[in-house]
Ligand binder design. Structure first.
Ligand SMILES: Cc1cc2nc3c(=O)[nH]c(=O)nc-3n(C[C@H](O)[C@H](O)[C@H](O)COP(=O)(O)O)c2cc1C
Length: 322
């Protein structure tokens, strides 16, 4: 996830069994072949770990762009640097990205989704898998199935579907039943994505979409134990206990420890607050701690404040936003 999940976050989130694979932030492709340093920045795991997290969970490299030839050239470049697979982003709703003809803007023309996937498939598809991520459409869902079929026809071997249109942004609900409609109309595996915050959401998303697999976005940050909880339930039918505040604070401290090895403390302070902000979703402890620390600018003071009990009379639980 652009701006919020980097290699260190992937490292921390995959330490406990739960995720089958992860994806990089998108690499923005315009018209040129990008130099290796851009790929290494987005996916440092290419250099050190054969494109996997330290726990061995594969990291898929995501490209975002609209020019088929430029996407193909960059897919080749990524392959030459050791990428294990290429994922194409047709879901990004950002105005700037869409204005420059990237992300979800291609969902208005399924033939453009096809052309992008086909070019990348022709370039690297014999060596590594090509996958795609879509939303249900740009302004409405009329082309949802056509876009999914276009990605499949172009050579995608898996499709992640975020169950909202671009115009719906991140507003709940995600339409899991629509992901099911798409699943019925393509042969490749479809992965359901959007608003899976709890084990109960996971069950509902699977039931309504009929998908075997789901992708976690913001909730992976909101509750770093959600993927392990899902995995544990799959394996044992039992429920892991809820994630406590000390568990969350422990992840944030470890994250700070890793980040401060190569980033200035000022930036690490913002990053820790950014992750804490994501943890507020449905969690009153995180909300209380966020309110308490949001103006702290010193990293050590911030980390110390995370382990002090926050007063309980503060603001209500943060509602889903974006
Ligand atoms: C800040 C932010 C950055 C994101 N960056 C990416 C990205 O780079 N690539 C991508 O495929 N999806 C990206 N997404 C979308 C998520 O992967 C996911 O599809 C979306 O948030 C819905 O799932 P969720 O409700 O589980 O978060 C991003 C979402 C957010 C909120």
């Amino acid at each position: 996830m652009e701006g919020v999940i980097d290699a260190l976050t992937r490292n921390l989130l995959t330490r406990k069994a739960g995720f089958d694979w992860t994806v990089t932030e998108f690499v923005r492709v315009v018209d040129a072949r990008l130099p290796p340093r851009v790929f290494y920045k987005h996916c440092p795991e290419l250099q050190t770990l054969l494109a996997a997290t330290p726990s061995g969970v594969p990291v898929h490299l995501q490209l975002l762009g609209s020019d088929p030839q430029a996407l193909a050239a960059n897919a080749r470049q990524a392959l030459s640097l050791g990428a294990l697979s290429i994922d194409l982003n047709f879901g990004c709703p950002a105005k700037l990205v869409n204005r420059h003809d990237g992300g979800a803007s291609l969902l208005r023309r399924p033939e453009r989704v096809y052309a992008a996937v086909k070019a990348v498939f022709d370039a690297v598809g014999e060596q590594i898998p090509v996958t795609a991520k879509i939303r249900l459409g740009f302004s409405d869902r009329r082309l949802a199935i056509a876009c999914a079929q276009a990605a499949e026809a172009g050579g995608a071997c898996q499709l992640v579907v975020h169950g909202r249109t671009r115009d719906e942004g991140y507003r709940p609900p995600a339409h899991w039943e629509w992901i099911g409609k798409i699943r019925h109309r393509v042969k490749i595996p479809v992965v359901a994505n959007g608003d899976i915050w709890t084990l109960e959401d996971y069950w509902k998303a699977r039931t309504l979409s009929g998908c075997r697999d789901v992708m976690l976005g913001r909730s992976a940050l909101a509750d770093p134990w959600l993927a392990p909880r899902i995995r544990h339930w799959q394996r044992t039918g039992a429920r892991l206990p809820e994630t406590t505040w000390p568990m969350r604070a422990g992840v944030l401290k470890e994250y700070a420890c890793l980040q401060r090895q190569h980033l200035p403390e000022r930036i690490v302070t913002s990053l820790v607050k950014q992750w804490l902000a994501q943890m507020r979703q449905g969690n009153a402890d995180a909300e209380r701690h966020f309110q308490r620390v949001k103006r702290i600018t010193d990293l050590t003071t911030l980390l110390d404040a995370l382990v002090v009990e926050a007063p309980t009379h503060r603001a209500p639980v943060h509602e889903p936003k974006m």
